[in-house]
Design a protein around this ligand. Structure first.
Ligand code: ZN
Ligand code: FE
Length: 723
């Protein structure tokens, strides 16, 4: 009999068809295999017994990196087959959202060949195979075939064609197959001559080079030269935010940090993210001076491998000017390079989807994704018992990312920066269009944040579908519920800014969630702060407003007092992020956020051993009151209590307040989300105290990069927020 097998899952771009051909041939089965839309379909002639053997071999021997979600089998009519062929793909799409493969870091075999003087692809910066290389960044359309990628402008040479066709070759049916004779080429400042040698010389001479690789340009320079690093900061207009380093090997990583086994695994995973590691030794001035952490990565593509062979450590930072999207366009980059006196290593393969490096950190052996980009997007997220009509969630304006849902599948886009930047917003709109075309997606509903000033919300209103608003912090906790399948839980949403139902700036919220009924049970006491973005930066000024409202009016700038007394241009806030800023300023740790979270990060970094100094939140009628904390810190700082002790006391107070609420609410599950929970100290302590009950974001960021998922889940589960 003839049967049709449809294989759902991550089965394109991972060497699946040659694998099927290999086992079919080994089993002497006649039939054919093809990419069909976003799935793989196989037709074979066989009896029941051989089919079940075939299916079980598919499941157990499947290629590394592939995911077999399910296999549908049906009997069909058809003429008998002779032999087993890989056939031309077709574009018959299922209703279900397809798996589109993410970019995969260079594999060991390709790496070996890259440095093997006798290999045909020795030193070829575009070496890849069925198991590694660019995918999502170069895919124009599905199915994943060469003609649908930006490799389509490179005609494979006869040798590559032969390898492509040879069953058993690890480049059999590698869509990105190429070699020095037929593949893309590197250009150094526009010239093809010895481009790689010129780059290496330039980096040795302290130059900054814009290097185009998989998902966009990186700005690259020596990690040993503080003058160059300072120039890089000027070019990027990035005063202080730490830079990540690409180390040449794990041994080099270990000179500066102490990665655990889990962290080592993350560093060398196919996603190849930047991993935030505890620093063990200072790095060159200007890289990450004030941080306890170093952002480390290992080379993830052939160009990076070739650079790593020459340099033990290189600064590798997104090629953009602070706040703007990563650059992928060659002419734009050349212009900037001329202005900023940089060199450029480019190549002639187009990038369809810009992708920043992903950033992860490991807390108690569990992964938290700080920024979700290359390697992770656009792989679907598995949500338990999820069944959605086609919906598009636009997320928020900060750390923007959107998400598509249909049926049980959710696809979260890569990180795209802040939408208040004009270029980021237009990039976001382009990506939205690209995703909808790629996944053949037409939403019935659009979900967005409630913030009336958000560009994403403005965009939603201009779309033809029904718009549903989801409150920012409800989306935060719902993102955790989505990841862990929670229905009844206590949700802490602690972050910087989110628009509240009463138009206040929320950010210190505690919700009780009971099967869709969401109650805002507790929140931080409202303090009035100046309206506008500067309040999120100028912590010293904010501290004056907090002191005055906590009852300390001596030595406060009269303008602040006047503004408070006349209530001019002020908004109410319950933001926990702002409270961290104020505490950081009052403790004398940091008084201005040059980049998001700087004050809070430095406060966390300054935590010292417990020395007896205590602070405490009061809970009065479900309001979390911190007036005495403000006053106590003010006097403690005046009386010479060390900043580290104040930092410790404040962090402990936040933890104790949470535990007090958790005890009072007697709930089995506690979900925490929002940027504040990027705080490792707090996460580690909570994991010590309530390891069984604590749920947090592991697959999407705890910050605003994860709220699109929460918006979808809140809608699908029919969340209703009662105040
Ligand atoms: Zn490979
Ligand atoms: Fe938020």
């Amino acid at each position: 009999m003839t049967v049709l097998l449809k294989i759902y899952g991550l089965v394109q771009g991972v060497g699946f068809r040659p694998f099927i051909k290999r086992i079919a041939t080994a089993m002497k089965l006649d039939g054919q295999v093809r990419n069909q839309g976003g799935i793989v379909s196989i037709t074979v002639d066989a009896d029941n017994e051989r089919i079940s053997e075939f299916v079980s071999r598919i499941k157990t021997e499947k290629p590394l990196g592939s995911i077999v979600e399910r296999i549908e089998i049906q009997e069909v009519d058809g003429p008998p087959f002779r032999g087993f062929q890989i056939c031309e793909s077709n574009s018959l799409f299922d209703k279900e959202l397809s798996f589109v493969p993410a970019d995969i870091a260079i594999c060991e075999e390709c790496k070996k060949e890259l440095f093997d003087g006798n290999a045909r692809r020795y030193g070829h910066p575009f070496i890849s195979c069925t198991g590694c290389g660019p995918r999502f960044s170069i895919i124009n359309a599905l199915p994943y075939d060469r003609k649908n990628t930006t490799m389509n402008s490179f005609e494979p040479c006869p040798k590559c064609q032969k390898e492509y066709a040879a069953t058993g070759d690890f480049r059999c049916h590698a869509q990105t197959i190429a070699c020095p004779d037929c593949g893309p080429e590197l250009y150094f400042n526009g010239s093809r001559d010895n481009a790689m040698e010129h780059v290496i010389a330039a980096l040795r001479n302290g130059r900054i080079v814009a290097v185009k690789d998989i998902g966009g340009y990186h700005f690259v320079c020596s990690a040993n030269n503080s003058d160059t690093i300072k120039r890089l900061r000027d070019i990027k207009n990035r005063e202080a935010k730490p830079f990540a380093i690409m180390f040449s090997s794990m041994e080099e990583v270990k000179k500066y940090a102490t990665p655990t086994l889990t962290e080592e695994k993350a560093l060398s995973s196919g996603e190849r993210p930047i991993v935030l590691l505890k620093k063990r030794k200072a790095l060159t001035a200007g890289i990450c001076d004030d941080s306890k952490y170093v952002g480390a990565m290992l080379p993830g593509n052939p160009i990076q491998e070739m650079l790593a062979a020459e340099f033990a450590g290189l600064i590798m930072t997104s090629g953009n000017i602070s706040g703007e999207p990563i650059i992928t366009d060659d002419s734009q980059m050349s212009e900037i390079a001329v202005q900023k006196d940089m060199d450029v290593l480019s190549h002639n393969r187009l990038i369809v989807t810009p992708q920043d490096d992903s950033i992860v950190k490991i807390v108690n052996e569990r992964t938290m994704i700080v920024r979700r980009g290359r390697g992770y997007a656009p792989l679907p997220l598995d949500i338990e018992n999820f069944d959605a009509e086609p919906m598009l969630a636009l997320g928020g304006d900060l750390k923007a990312s959107f998400a598509l849902a249909s049926g049980k599948r959710v696809i979260l886009s890569q990180h795209m920066g802040d939408l208040e930047d004009v270029a980021s917003f237009s990039g976001y709109k382009m990506q939205l269009e690209h995703y909808c075309e790629l996944f053949r997606f037409m939403p019935d509903k659009i979900l967005c944040d409630m913030h009336p000033g958000y560009f994403s919300r403005g965009l939603a209103e201009n779309m033809p579908s029904n718009v549903v608003e989801v409150q920012h912090h409800v989306a935060h906790i719902a993102s955790v519920a989505a990841e862990h399948g929670l229905d009844r839980y206590l949700g802490f949403a602690f972050d910087g800014t989110g628009y509240g139902l009463d138009r206040a700036v929320w950010g210190g919220e505690v919700f009780c969630a009971d099967n869709g009924k969401i109650t805002r049970k507790y929140h931080l006491k409202y303090y009035r702060i100046p309206a506008g973005d500067e309040s999120a930066r100028d912590a010293a000024n904010l501290a004056c407003f907090y002191l005055a409202q906590a009852g300390i009016r001596e030595n406060i700038n009269p303008l602040v007092l006047a503004a408070l007394d006349a209530n001019i241009n002020l908004v109410n806030t319950s933001s926990m992020g702002r409270l961290f800023d104020v505490v950081s300023a009052l403790a004398g740790v940091c008084s201005y956020n040059r980049y998001e979270g700087e004050c809070a990060m430095k406060l966390e970094n300054s935590i010292a051993e417990d020395d007896g100094f205590k602070l405490k939140f009061e809970i009065e009628d479900d309001i979390i009151v911190f007036d005495s904390i403000i006053r106590d810190i003010y006097y403690a700082a005046q009386n010479g209590i060390k900043t580290g002790e104040i930092a410790h006391a404040f962090h402990s107070a936040v933890k104790e307040m949470m535990l007090e609420i958790i005890a009072a609410e007697d709930c089995d599950a506690v979900a925490v989300s929002g940027g504040v929970f990027n705080n490792s100290w707090l996460m580690e302590e909570l994991l010590k105290e309530i390891p069984e009950k604590l749920f947090f974001n592991e697959k999407v960021p705890a910050g605003d990069g994860g709220i699109a998922l929460g918006q979808l889940y809140a809608k699908e589960r029919g969340y209703e927020l009662c105040v």
